[in-house]
Design a protein around this ligand. Sequence first.
Ligand SMILES: Nc1nc2c(c(=O)[nH]1)N[C@H]1C(S)=C(S)[C@@H](COP(=O)(O)OP(=O)(O)OC[C@H]3O[C@@H](n4cnc5c(=O)[nH]c(N)nc54)[C@H](O)[C@@H]3O)O[C@H]1N2
Ligand SMILES: Nc1nc2c(c(=O)[nH]1)N[C@H]1C(S)=C(S)[C@@H](COP(=O)(O)OP(=O)(O)OC[C@H]3O[C@@H](n4cnc5c(=O)[nH]c(N)nc54)[C@H](O)[C@@H]3O)O[C@H]1N2
Ligand code: SF4
Ligand SMILES: [Mo]
Length: 679
Amino acid sequence: MVVHSVCALDCPDACSLLVTVDELTGKAVKLRGNPDHPITRGFLCAKVAKYLDREYSPARLLYPMRRTGAKGAGEFARITWDEALDEIAARLGDIARRHGSEAILPYSYAGTMGVLQFGSMDRRFFHRLGASRLDRTICSTAGMAGSARVLGDRYSTEPEQFAHSRLIVAWGANILGTSVHLWPFIVEARRRGARFYTIDPVRNRTGQLADKHFFIHPGTDLALALGLMHVIIGENLHDAHYVERYTNGFADLRARAAAYPPERTEALTGIPREDIVALARELAIVQPAAIRLNYGVQRSERGGAAVSAITALGALTGSWRHLGGGVSLSTSHAYRFNADAVERPDLQAGAPKRLVNMTRLGHALTELNDPPVKALFVYNSNPAAIAPRQNAVLAGLARPDLFTVVAEQFQTCTADYADILLPATTFLEHKDLYRSYGHYYVQLADSAVAPPGECRSNTHLFGALAARMGFDDPCFADTDDDLIDQALSSGHAFLDGIDRGRLEREHSVRLNVAPPGEPFRPFAAGGFGTPSGRCELASDAFDYAPPVESRLGDASLVARFPLEMISPKNDDSMNSTFGYLAERDAETARLDMHPDDASARVIADGAAIRIFNDRGELRLTARITTAIAPGVVSCPSSRWRKLAADRRNANVLVSDRLTDVGGGPVFYSTLVQVEPTVA
Ligand SMILES: Nc1nc2c(c(=O)[nH]1)N[C@H]1C(S)=C(S)[C@@H](COP(=O)(O)OP(=O)(O)OC[C@H]3O[C@@H](n4cnc5c(=O)[nH]c(N)nc54)[C@H](O)[C@@H]3O)O[C@H]1N2
Ligand SMILES: Nc1nc2c(c(=O)[nH]1)N[C@H]1C(S)=C(S)[C@@H](COP(=O)(O)OP(=O)(O)OC[C@H]3O[C@@H](n4cnc5c(=O)[nH]c(N)nc54)[C@H](O)[C@@H]3O)O[C@H]1N2
Ligand code: SF4
Ligand SMILES: [Mo]
């Protein structure tokens, strides 16, 4: 039997999967990409091609457990679901009575991208409980805010249309590593003569395949965008007709860009001035030109403004007008599900509850008052590994007076700190509705296999917990099918005619972003979602200042910590989701550095090194490579810190400073020093 499924990992591609299930054993025996899906095209990334190993891993959590050892030691004993639910309900009730319900904090992100398991019954539960609300900023809010400021409705170039592009610029986007299903469209465009450029402090796998790579200093993308505009406007290469008809604020933008001549842009970004001039001319003249952003650019202090400026560049050149032109950050905004019906914010009594920024979890657990956080409920996330200011996060998780529940598939770094640890299902074991942030198809997946042991889905868990706490609103009895129907009930034209029945038959349906068979061409003739209806080119934010933690930032910091550390996504991982695999751990236990930076420190390839700043230190192995710019070091973000001898990963060095807009993290604005370790 072949079951249709969808990859639920936090990846733009949201692949359509075919799962072969052995009817005798009920076990999944084969997983492959759906050849009939227009984006998946029959192939999967390397990590998910092997997902059945994860599904059937002996390390899966199968039963509820209660902590028996010290927090962080990871020692547990099996209990029943009834015992677990009774204890959680009693403890949460007691904390709410003694400290106020806002002393309870949910913590979740996109361990699964399924609409239901990402956020539905859990949101209802915490709203009814009156818990603090979590501001889910850890990935993309800076870019979303930066893009919305310019476009209003955040739509992207449709991935299929990249095949028509003549110039494609991957700007802080590691396409081969993090959204590989865009690649075939780029290959098609190149076969027809398109050029492909990359702008990144690292020349990674994607950069290696580019016609030209631009090494950029981290966090200087806003300056580069303004520098490109300087040339484009100065040489009168902008699309005056598009600008005139569909945008606001051109005069203001011209004045701001005037302050970024090529010499200054070179000094800020490290990109030679002649390259800046040539790139600007090409971006304006060669059409259709498409800029592929992913989320790399916005993980720095001025990341929101950088995304705004790059997005405005698309309008300045009129590239939206051409099939295969435009700017692509995310398609997720086209999924107009009925979030209020699914999440029920109206269940909160009185005013909306306190909002706590997930990026500052360390602060929330160690410094926040009125009330302090007394209970933490973690699911779909591994904050002990992925959140900034790791030492504060760990100190918070170790607090004896903090009651922590973790629902997980594996015993993660965070799970080790749980008082109660609950076994969770994988996407092969529960039903869900899927959006994508890389294409425009909505998909439905039924469960393909039965949950092992006593694993439960998030919707099942929070429904049961609501019953335990006596929440009698009928919404807590909704089934997964009810939730899917409610999500699809927004009445938005993009969802017209798309209901559960149709999705059950067809599995994947393109949103009505354009008539069937026709390309989606957002903003080709204006139609921006801003209050003015025009693309907003003017912004006070278009005044570049270097990140505090960068080579041109705080001089006293630079003197002590002269290297800029980034910690981008690892090709063969998915954040920390595959971190339990010891054989992949070595790949994530390294720091890439340029030969000049290594020799200045007498560090040889493969040497043991210590990386440090005022927040902490980390021990790794040096990998010396010219694929990284001098002055920059790069450490994969995804390691399970519990597997490391020093029990730390890159986030011990990352600050919890926030981005200019959107309250996001600044993972890629981090100053460090590196030295060899003496054995
Ligand atoms: N294989 C794999 N795929 C993934 C993930 C994974 O962990 N592994 N994670 C998923 C998630 S959660 C997300 S959000 C997406 C993210 O997908 P991407 O945004 O493509 O990935 P990142 O690694 O965050 O950053 C992209 C690139 O930005 C570069 N970069 C860093 N700082 C700067 C800068 O200041 N300027 C410029 N121009 N470039 C910079 C990095 O070197 C990196 O190559 O990928 C998803 N897909
Ligand atoms: N230094 C550095 N740090 C980073 C980044 C970086 O680039 N550099 N990237 C940041 C970004 S972009 C992101 S998105 C975050 C990602 O951070 P997280 O959202 O924490 O992602 P993962 O580490 O993949 O952990 C997700 C967990 O959810 C669990 N899970 C999956 N499905 C389910 C389910 O249905 N139910 C339950 N209960 N659990 C489930 C998985 O087992 C996994 O352990 O990390 C951020 N941290
Ligand atoms: S992680 Fe991304 S590329 Fe890999 S199977 Fe899942 S959706 Fe597809
Ligand atoms: Mo992310």
